[in-house]
Structures are given as structure tokens and as C-alpha cells.
Design a protein around this ligand. Structure first.
Ligand code: ATP
Length: 409
């Protein structure tokens, strides 16, 4: 399935999708993720034929589907609100679409039973939806959609009505079922954890524009810009201003009153960094790249930040520490959008923090850490995991990926 320069402008002039280019391979599971209103549902509905395509074209298989009515597109869709027929058994619910297509009973039975096996519904075929759990109903809805063996499978937040525990369970269930069936799938969610755990590739959207499409690990390790960096990962990446400087032994960055040495291999993989010497960059630090350092900082220890603990939160296996350091936080619309309400009071308070050179960092510490609010803490930085951003373009300073070693090497 491919999107070629696809755009959508609604009748009232709202632009929902802009120049979307995306190819989904046969059998691939791609997750479209982004904050509310970013255009992901619109993109999906254009594939399904529920929304007219204003610009560009969408291909399913070899066919441009722009002008095809929904039933001719050979796709199946599962929504957040799935309606099962309450008076019909699970079997009949799944078989319904096939019956409507006048497929013979002899052919329907093995197909329904096959799907029920994959979905783990074999024991429930004779029951009615009313006695099923939320997760079971969701699987019946999926069964009904996939039994037709469509060319592509579209899902829009299918798990959002389930409780947290069931959601986690269904996440892996859906991923397993998709792999087993090898069904080409586009899955829409605003939940980045869902995106990262389920997708072969994750496509991050913001305000109608595709930001990055990569496998989950690449998205996490090499986010393309400030928005993706802040959006993917929970808690979010910490991003502060840092001044890049050259020292005899290599590059360092100045964060508030601390100097952090950039390991030579980190600099070597980012040849573009050279151009930022004596300039301010955005320094990205994932919460897990911060640990509690033992003892006071020595002169030679240039992998540390220090600050005042504002609060801590024990999460069982780890302790989150909110630490205020003397540095300028990077406050962009992107970062704020991820922070939640882009409400003016939040914006003002963040801007005043920025003016006062106070940046709030989140550190993921060991659960047995004893740090407490109002204490000063020394944080050791995993400097191999730093991220660097151009503050004007808000894009990442690119990382050179070494070419894959030749086979057998
Ligand atoms: P959510 O997760 O909240 O559903 P989304 O990322 O799926 O968000 P869309 O539903 O695709 O976003 O909406 C994209 C933009 O288009 C939003 O600004 C929305 O308000 C707007 N929009 C959606 N449907 C219409 C419509 N029928 N007419 C006008 N604007 C619309």
C-alpha cells in the first residue's frame, strides 16, 4: 500500500494531512502515531474510502483506489467502537460478511474456524457477545474484519475502550495475530507505547505532516527532530541548551556551570557537530541516561550534572527524580505540545524558568536510591547516549550509521 503526495483539506478549509508519502510493504505492520488532531485518523479514512482524497493518490496493491467506493477497496477496518450483533453467536458474527457475499456454508465453516483458532475464540463460537469480556469482543470484531482475507487491515485506536491490563494483553495479541496472518496493517494510535511495542515501523505525525518513519528502536535512538524526540519515550527526553566548545582533546558541551565531555566516538559519528562549535545546541538526555553519581564531582569527572531534587516518585522497579538544574530548558512548541496543554500559563511558566536558567530534568534512578526532595544530587550522565539538535531548524544533528558489515564478515 502506498501514499503518494496525499493531502486532505476538509470542506471548511481545515488541512488535516499534508503531502503524505509512505509505503507499507505486504505483510507489514505500520503504526501511525501522533497527538490528537495530527491527521492520523483522516489518513486511515482516506485509505478506507470514508473520506475523499483531496490531493495525491493511494494505491492498494497495484490499484489506485482514489475513486473506488469503499466495498471495492478490499480492506477491513476495526474501530474503537466496534458493534457486534448481540443476537448472533460469535460464529455468526464472524461469518456475517461471508454470508452477505453469498459464499457457501461449506466454505464459510473452515474459514471461520481457522480465524477463531488464531484469535483464541474456538471455545466461544456458540456464545453471544453479551457474555464475552471486552477483550474477547474485540477479538470477535477483528475476526469479523479479517475473515474476508482483505488485502489490508486498518485499525483505529481499537484498544482505547479496554482497561489498562487488557490493553497490554491485547497489544501483544494483535501483534501476534497480525504476524500469523501476514496481513498488511495500518494501525492508528495516539499512544506511543502501543506504537513502539506493536509496529514493525512507526510513522510519527504532527499537524498533518509525517515527521519520521522507522523501526521502533531507530525512532527511539535516533529521533529526527525535537518533536519526535519529545513524543517518543515516557518520561520524555530531557532537552536543555548546551554550548558546544572545542578543547584540545575533543568536543565538550557546557550545560549551565558544568562541562560535559563528548566521547570521541559520539562526535565521530556526528560529523555535522563541528559546524556547531561555539554555538548553542539542544542537548537531549533520556531519563535512563542519568544515574545517581557516587560522591562529589572531581575536576576530571566531566560526565556530570548537578541539581536540586524537586520531587521523587517510586515506581516499584525504579525511582523517578525530578531535578532542577542550572541550565536553560529548550522550550519549543514541539516540546510543549507533547507536554500536554499548550495552554498559555504552562507556556509562561516554562518561559520564565528558561529566563531564570532553571531546567527540570527527569532522571530514572534505581528504586533503592535514597535521594529526597530539596537535596542536591550529582547525576552521572551516560555520554554515549546524548542527542544533539539544531535549535533553529529543530532537527537532530544527524548520526552517521555505519554501513552494514558484508555478510560473512
Ligand atoms: P484523534 O486522535 O483526536 O482522532 P487524529 O490525529 O486522528 O486525532 P484527525 O481526526 O485526522 O486527527 O483530524 C485531523 C484534523 O482535521 C483535526 O484538526 C480535526 O479537527 C480536523 N477534522 C477532522 N474531521 C474533520 C471534518 N469532518 N471537517 C473539518 N475538519 C475535520
Amino acid at each position: 500500500m502506498t501514499f503518494e503526495h496525499v493531502g486532505k483539506v476538509y470542506a471548511d478549509g481545515t488541512r488535516a494531512v499534508e503531502d503524505l508519502n509512505l509505503g507499507v510493504d505486504d505483510g507489514e505492520f505500520v503504526v501511525l502515531v501522533g497527538p490528537s488532531g495530527c491527521g492520523k485518523t483522516t489518513a486511515l479514512r482516506m485509505v478506507a474510502g470514508l473520506e475523499e482524497i483531496s490531493e495525491g493518490s493511494i494505491r492498494i496493491g497495484d490499484t489506485v483506489v482514489n475513486k473506488l467506493p469503499p466495498p471495492k477497496r478490499d480492506i477491513a477496518m476495526v474501530f474503537q467502537n466496534y458493534a457486534l450483533y448481540p443476537q448472533m453467536t460469535v460464529y455468526d458474527n464472524i461469518a456475517f460478511g461471508l454470508k452477505m457475499r453469498k459464499i457457501s456454508k461449506a466454505e464459510i465453516r473452515p474459514r471461520v474456524e481457522g480465524i477463531a483458532r488464531v484469535l483464541g475464540l474456538e471455545e466461544l463460537l456458540k456464545r453471544k457477545p453479551g457474555v464475552l469480556s471486552g477483550g474477547q469482543r474485540q477479538r470477535v470484531a477483528m475476526g469479523r474484519a479479517i475473515v474476508r482475507d482483505p488485502q489490508a487491515f486498518l485499525m483505529d485506536e481499537p484498544l482505547s475502550n479496554l482497561d489498562a491490563k487488557l490493553r497490554v494483553q491485547m497489544r501483544s495479541e494483535i501483534a501476534r495475530i497480525q504476524r500469523e496472518l501476514g496481513a498488511t496493517t495500518i494501525y492508528v494510535t495516539h499512544d506511543q507505547v502501543e506504537a513502539m511495542t506493536m509496529g514493525d515501523r512507526v510513522a510519527v505525525m504532527r499537524r498533518g505532516v509525517l515527521q519520521q518513519v522507522e523501526d521502533p528502536q531507530t525512532i527511539y535512538e535516533r529521533p529526527a527532530n525535537l518533536f519526535v524526540a519529545s513524543f517518543i519515550g515516557s518520561p520524555s527526553m530531557n532537552i536543555v541548551e548546551a554550548r558546544l566548545e572545542r578543547e584540545d582533546r575533543g568536543l565538550v558541551c557546557r550545560v549551565g556551570d558544568r562541562v560535559v565531555a563528548i566521547p570521541s566516538e559520539v562526535a565521530a559519528r556526528r560529523p555535522g557537530l563541528e559546524a556547531y562549535v561555539d554555538r548553542t545546541v539542544g542537548l537531549g538526555i533520556r531519563p535512563e541516561s542519568l544515574a545517581e553519581a557516587a560522591g562529589a564531582a572531581g575536576d576530571t569527572d566531566r560526565r556530570r550534572l548537578a541539581g536540586r531534587v524537586v520531587a521523587t516518585e517510586l515506581l516499584g522497579s525504579e525511582r523517578l527524580a525530578y531535578v532542577e538544574i542550572a541550565a536553560v530548558p529548550v522550550v519549543t512548541e514541539e516540546v510543549l505540545e507533547v507536554a500536554g496543554d499548550v495552554d498559555s500559563t504552562v507556556l509562561e511558566s516554562l518561559k520564565s524558568e528558561a529566563k531564570e536558567h532553571r531546567a527540570g530534568l527527569i532522571a530514572r534512578l534505581d528504586a533503592d536510591s535514597r535521594v529526597q526532595a530539596d537535596e542536591t544530587v550529582e547525576l552521572a550522565l551516560d555520554t554515549r547516549k546524548l542527542h544533539f539538535f539544531d535549535l533553529e531548524t529543530e532537527t537532530a544533528i544527524p548520526v552517521d550509521v555505519p554501513a552494514a558489515a558484508p555478510a560473512g564478515a
